[in-house]
Structures are given as C-alpha cells and as structure tokens.
Design a protein around this ligand. Structure first.
Ligand SMILES: NC(=O)c1ccc[n+]([C@@H]2O[C@H](COP(=O)([O-])OP(=O)(O)OC[C@H]3O[C@@H](n4cnc5c(N)ncnc54)[C@H](OP(=O)(O)O)[C@@H]3O)[C@@H](O)[C@H]2O)c1
Length: 295
C-alpha cells in the first residue's frame, strides 16, 4: 500500500518512535520543531499542499505542564490554535488527521477508568489547551482519529523513567507522589499500534467521513511511587548502582504550580476490542524497555 504520511513533532518521545516504526513501511516525511513549527499555519498549509499526505500525524505539542501555567499564551498557541488550523487544513486537502491527546483532559475526581465517551474537565492549563484541541478536531469536518494516552516514556526526550534512572545513578534520594493514579505507556508500544493497526484502518476509512477517538495505553494502573519502585527494582537487577530508596509522599507535600489530577486511568478496552489486540500490563512494557535501555 502506498501511503504518504506527514509526521509533526518528529523528535519528541512519541514522534521519535513513530518515525522509527513507520519509516520502514510507509513514505514518511518527518519534521521536528525546528524544521516545521506547527503554529506557522502558512508553512503547514504549503507543506500539506505540496505533499498531499494521506495521513498527518501530530505528535507536536507544548508538553511542559508546569511551565504552561505561566506561559499560557504560548501553550494555547501550540496545543489549541495550531491544532485547530491543522484540522482545517487537513480537511481542505483531504488528509486524515491522527492527533495525540492526553489523560490530563480529565479532572481525576473519580476512581474508575475513563472511556473515550467521557467529557474532559481539565484542572490545569496544559490539560485545558489539549481538551480544547480535541473539541475543535471533533467539530471540524476533517477525517480524524484522536489518540489519548498517558504517562509516556521512551528512548528520547525527557521522561519519568529516564529521570528516575538518572537520579538513581547519582544515588539521589527519590521522593515520589503516591496518591496520583494513572497508566504508564511505552512510546514504542504506542508507535507499534499506530504502525500495525491505525494507519491501515485510517486508509480503509478515508473515502468516507470518519471520526474516532481511542484511548491508547497499557493495561493495569499504578501510582508514580509504585512506577518508580518498579523501575528501580528492575534496573537494579541489571546493575546494583541503581539500587536506591524510593520514599512515598503525598501530592500536597510536593510543591507544583500546576494542579495534577489524582486519577487519570484510561480504559483501553475500546482499542483492544476494535483491533483484537492483547494489551499487556504496564510492567511488561516497562521491562521490555529497560532490557534494551539499560544494557
Ligand atoms: N509525555 C507524556 O507523558 C504524554 C502523556 C499524554 C499525552 N501525551 C501527548 O503525546 C504527544 C507527544 O508528546 P511527547 O510525549 O512526545 O512530548 P515531547 O517529547 O515533549 O514531544 C513534543 C514535541 O513537540 C515539539 N514541539 C513543541 N512545540 C512545537 C511547535 N510549535 N511546532 C512543532 N513542534 C513542536 C517539541 O519540540 P521541542 O522539544 O524542540 O520544542 C517536541 O519534539 C503530545 O500530544 C502530548 O500531549 C504525552
């Protein structure tokens, strides 16, 4: 199948793995922030006009949750306004938009998993900027798939797994919040689902008006504290230098500018049923990642 894909935000955690996977199979034009700024709608339009991609995958985003509170205009420019323009341009040139979204669109006041039908009610600027984009995409006439994911880690970019390992190597004491629940997700797993299922699916649906939302994350759930403990437990099996104490703390003892939702567990039932995928627990993907990352 000859499929042309435009990938935006290509050197982020998720973008890097999507690029690695899709490059092997499809014709992918990838752009980093430096190469193509998604807030420049003229440039985006001329790129899409020139390439006429079947699919546009947007993994570009303003992802600094803390900084977003004091840098609101910039955050909304990237996460909301640019995405609104992108959706309209995709409609104009008949490209399907695959857009990455987040568990942080939820307020986290409940204690059972969020499904794709649940309405967002964000409690911080980053979450609000992403939620508004999801709403725009849903109301735009372009064909689109929104992929909501959570607690992503991978080889590239800054992420929790790499920070925990770095701190452990320096023998730092680790105090980690134990009252926020979510689902760790490997960017490699995410990219694999896009590669094996979503690209073909979007191509099959591209001749009709089509909109969908999928949560995409591992199975099970945990707290940041347990997540850190599991990283240390696994890593120190390979190398004792990673063995450090992880101390649980409550969120109100951890000073942050942005409020964090305390429960953002996503249900992955829809995507696993839709594509008949057996999604493993988060510990499985973490082990798989650490096996190659640490060695
Ligand atoms: N990481 C998570 O835990 C997590 C959880 C849920 C959902 N998500 C979603 O997953 C998607 C991918 O995020 P990620 O985890 O890969 O984060 P990331 O590593 O921060 O990647 C985001 C990428 O977007 C780029 N970018 C920022 N502003 C841009 C702009 N104006 N134009 C073009 N590119 C721009 C960044 O480039 P620079 O770094 O050079 O600015 C970076 O390469 C995002 O939609 C995010 O909301 C992530």
């Amino acid at each position: 199948m000859s499929v042309k894909i435009l990938l935006l935000g290509a050197n982020g955690i998720v973008g890097t793995d999507i690029q690695k996977k899709l490059n092997k199979v499809y014709q992918v034009e990838s752009y980093t922030h430096n190469e193509l700024d998604i807030t420049n709608s003229n440039l985006i339009e001329s790129k899409i006009r020139e390439l006429t991609p079947n699919l546009v995958i947007n993994s570009a985003a303003y992802t600094n949750v803390e900084k977003a509170e004091t840098d609101q205009i910039h955050c909304y420019e990237v996460n909301t306004n640019a995405v609104k323009n992108l959706a309209e341009i995709c409609y104009l040139y008949n490209s399907t938009l695959i857009h990455l979204s987040t568990d942080y669109i939820y307020d986290g006041v409940r204690d059972y998993p969020y499904t794709e039908d649940d309405i967002g009610n964000p409690i911080n600027i980053y979450g609000d900027s992403k939620n508004k984009a999801d709403d725009y995409i849903q109301s735009c006439k372009c064909n689109s798939v929104i992929l909501r994911t959570s607690w992503v880690y991978g080889d590239s970019g800054k992420n929790f797994v790499k920070s925990v390992l770095d701190r452990a190597k320096m023998n730092d004491e680790l105090k980690i919040v134990c009252d926020q629940y979510g689902v760790p997700t490997s960017s490699n797993f995410l990219a694999e689902i896009i590669d094996k299922h979503l690209v073909k699916h979007c191509m099959k649906m591209s001749h009709n008006p089509y909109k969908n939302i999928f949560n995409i994350c591992s199975s099970g759930y945990t707290t940041w504290f347990n997540f850190a403990e599991e990283i240390i437990k696994y890593a120190s099996k390979f190398d004792p230098k990673y063995k450090i104490d992880v101390i649980p703390i409550q969120s109100d003892h951890y000073n942050t500018v942005a409020k964090r939702p305390s429960y953002t567990v996503l249900s992955n039932k829809k995507i696993s049923t839709y594509f008949d995928i057996n999604i493993q627990n988060w510990e499985y993907y973490l082990g798989f990642f650490l096996d190659s990352y640490i060695k």
